[in-house]
Design a protein around this ligand. Structure first.
Ligand code: SF4
Length: 270
């Protein structure tokens, strides 16, 4: 009998590959245990702490820092200002889970108040963001900052993140597999921050958070819900730079958000 290992049939290899990808996704989403039929459930000490109703799971795995191992990341890093966010950043690591890893200069995790009540979610980093490692710092970012300030908030009071953390080459749209690979980390960030309101900026943020592929022009200005958090879809600032006539509609959407925080819209718009 030959000692050579038999090759698995192609269908079996495809199923096994799919299973591995699914388990990797669960791991990235912070799931520490997968029940196995016929085996007793994990002990209570191994069970994750329940999150707020409907919220995505956050990592309860100890960070390297908390078990004494040196960490490459720190609370002072951009977007990591709480132990929960730092744990997400550590889990992300020097991520190579999708093709976008190859083209990035800096990963753009997020920025802002780790306990923000208001969070903005955009699409992905552009050239300036890729260089600086901070979301929304280019022209679109300057417009977003003016929008935030016109709403009566400081940029440092809110939290800003993107659907994908690495720059798509030539600023192309992020692809479905790239969004799928990065999405667990956005969810974990939202779970760590627990904002009262999320403003979803543009098509990709809305599609990712709300699973709704209808045009942003039809979705904007209507309150939706993302895992128990109120969510307001509106136009992306980059689109507003290209289509300044739409700024008035975006400002109407942001005024609805302001009212949610008891802030009175002033005259004019950013
Ligand atoms: S875009 Fe997200 S999933 Fe892809 S390499 Fe960057 S951090 Fe990883």
């Amino acid at each position: 009998m030959s000692s050579a290992r038999k090759q698995a049939p192609p269908e079996l290899a495809a199923v096994a590959g799919e299973a591995v990808r699914h388990l990797e996704w669960l791991r990235d989403a912070g799931v520490a245990e997968v029940p196995v039929p016929g085996r007793p459930p994990p002990s209570p000490t191994a069970t994750r702490t329940p999150t707020t109703a409907g919220a995505p799971p956050s990592s309860t795995a100890p960070s390297p820092a908390s078990v004494g191992a040196p960490s490459r990341y720190a609370l002072a890093d951009k977007g990591c200002g709480s132990p929960e966010l730092l744990a997400v950043r550590e889990r992300l690591g020097e991520c190579t889970r999708c093709n976008l890893a190859g083209g990035r200069k800096k990963m753009v995790f997020g920025v802002g108040n780790p306990r923000a009540e208001l969070m903005f979610v955009g699409e992905g980093p552009g050239g300036d963001e890729d260089l600086q490692g901070e979301p929304f710092v280019g022209r679109a970012g300057q417009l977003l900052t003016r929008m935030i300030e016109a709403m009566g908030f400081a940029r440092s009071e809110v939290y800003i993140a993107n659907v994908v953390k690495c720059r798509p080459p030539e600023n192309r749209d992020p692809q479905p597999d790239e969004i799928e690979a990065c999405e667990p980390f956005l969810k974990a960030q939202i779970d760590a921050i627990r904002p009262r309101v999320i403003v979803a900026l543009g098509r990709f943020a809305v599609q990712t958070l709300l699973r709704d592929g209808s045009p942003i022009g039809r979705q904007r200005g209507r309150w939706r819900e993302y895992q128990g958090v109120r969510c307001m879809p509106t136009f992306h600032p980059a689109y507003l730079l290209r289509s300044p006539d739409e700024k008035g509609k975006a400002w109407e959407d942001l005024k609805l958000v302001m009212r949610e925080f008891g802030k009175e819209p002033r005259q004019g718009r950013p």
